[in-house]
Design a protein around this ligand. Structure first.
Ligand code: ADP
Ligand code: CA
Ligand code: CA
Ligand code: CA
Ligand code: CA
Length: 422
């Protein structure tokens, strides 16, 4: 392999710096396939990017694959990695055809669909809530057989878009119709929602939420970090906060690890990095919500994991996709502290007048990153709809209590003010 390996990164949003900076740290050159909502100019500016290769993956996957194979024949690259959820199946297929490390197409398909994830987990004897797939709107009555409360969601969604908790059977029809309408409105908008996917209704898992970031190399899984998301009771589920490492007893962490490793085996995920979300039912029993076979949070989960565990997950993920052993396989990491993430709540939504509190966040030495994706004049739709995360703040602290206190400070001081509606 050349001293400076080249990796194709598909659909990594160029305004999210973490994976690009990791490539720079590791001396890896990036060929970026920009996401539909990215601009070529911004893509070119991202760290480590030496080439921008626009491909219409959503519109014409066959042509995109042919163009990628052409590019490979001109000058081979050493690996390919998915930078977002929608890119996972395409990247698996491309890796297979070009003989590069990656997931099998079966595994990529298994983790892209919440129904198949549930089925694989059950077959493997792992925890999974009861669920019903509503394939046509009229079929919502089939979900009345579930134990309430339930959660209604797109079978193929993201970012808690269209996810609604329902406590009463009387409210189910309306919630299913609401989610159905949201899915239909988004089909064709560049977010990979498959129209045929339908809506899922599943039993509510009562307990705090956690997330696990893992590396997997030649089938061997290492859970690098477990983060605490806390109580999210709905009825809508915007993620606003995370802390790593989660302060949990060793036996619960061990159970989480076992469940996460089992899920990798059940899905056939043998290569790369994953982001797994779980609930601790009754505060103790881990049950999977879902797994993404890609870096979490557009890369920011890797940063949290890095601070909390000492493992440079983004670098190791890139290495795996280049066929190289992850560094943490050979050297014991040194944890660097406690990390926290805060995403500004969308709240009521509307046209943004101002985002308050940004200057003091920028000046705060505890803050590693502030990423702002929108500003005054833009319109944010409230949950259960989704129009992006306005602001993400990543900070580091000496203790979990300090991380929590800072998060509470941000919740009070960093917020969106909307224009008055007339
Ligand atoms: P998405 O792909 O939109 O992130 P998820 O299945 O992860 O879909 O659901 C989003 C959020 O909704 C979860 O993080 C969780 O807080 C909540 N949620 C979803 N399903 C359940 C469930 N069965 N029990 C409890 N909470 C759930
Ligand atoms: Ca039917
Ligand atoms: Ca998801
Ligand atoms: Ca999720
Ligand atoms: Ca998530």
């Amino acid at each position: 392999m050349s001293p400076r390996p080249k990796l194709v990164l598909v659909g990594q949003l160029s305004t999210f710096p973490w994976v690009f900076e990791a490539a720079e740290r590791a001396g890896i050159d990036v060929i970026l396939v920009p996401r539909g909502d990215d601009t070529e100019e911004s893509a070119r500016r991202a760290a480590a990017v030496v080439e921008v290769l626009p491909l219409d993956i959503e519109g014409n996957a066959e042509a995109a694959l042919a163009a990628l194979a052409d590019r490979y024949r001109q000058e081979p690259f050493d690996g390919i990695m998915a930078g977002n959820e929608q890119a996972v199946p395409f990247v698996a297929r491309a890796a297979g055809e070009l003989g590069l490390p990656g997931l099998t197409e079966e595994a990529a398909t298994a983790v892209r669909d919440k129904r198949s994830m549930r089925r694989h987990l059950r077959e493997a004897g792992l925890g999974a809530p009861g669920f019903v797939v509503v394939e046509e709107l009229d079929d919502w009555t089939e979900a009345l057989s579930l134990r309430f409360p339930v959660v209604v969601k797109p079978a193929n969604g993201h970012s808690s878009f269209g996810v609604i908790r329902v406590d009463d059977k009387d409210a189910l029809e309306q919630a299913v119709a609401h989610t159905w309408k949201l899915v239909e409105a988004h089909v064709g908008a560049d977010d990979g929602l498959a129209p045929e996917a339908g809506v899922l209704v599943e039993e509510y898992l009562d307990g705090p939420e956690i997330s696990a970031e893992s590396l997997v190399y030649h089938g061997q899984v290492r859970v690098c970090a477990v983060s605490w998301k806390g109580e999210l009771t709905g009825p809508y589920f915007q993620e606003t906060t995370l802390r790593a490492p989660a302060q949990l007893p060793a036996e619960i962490l061990a159970a989480v690890e076992a469940e996460v490793i089992g899920a990798h085996h059940a899905f056939g995920v043998t290569e790369g990095t994953t982001h797994t979300e779980l609930r601790l039912v009754g505060g103790v029993r881990p049950v999977l919500l879902e797994m993404g076979a890609r870096i979490g949070g557009g890369g920011y989960m890797a940063h949290l994991a890095h601070v909390g565990s000492g493992i440079d997950m983004a670098v190791d993920a890139l290495r795996i996709h280049l066929g190289r052993e992850p560094l943490c396989w050979g050297q014991e990491p040194v944890p660097a502290g406690h990390a926290a993430a805060f995403q500004v709540p969308v709240g009521s939504g509307g046209r943004i007048k101002q985002i308050h509190g940004l200057d003091s966040v920028r000046a705060d030495p505890r803050v590693d990153y502030l990423v702002q994706t929108t500003g005054p004049g833009a319109v944010l739709r409230p949950y259960p709809d989704f129009s992006g995360y306005p602001v993400i703040v990543l900070s580091r602290h000496g203790s979990d209590a300090e991380a929590e206190a800072y998060r509470e400070h941000l919740a009070r001081t960093l917020y969106v003010e909307y224009e008055e509606q007339d």
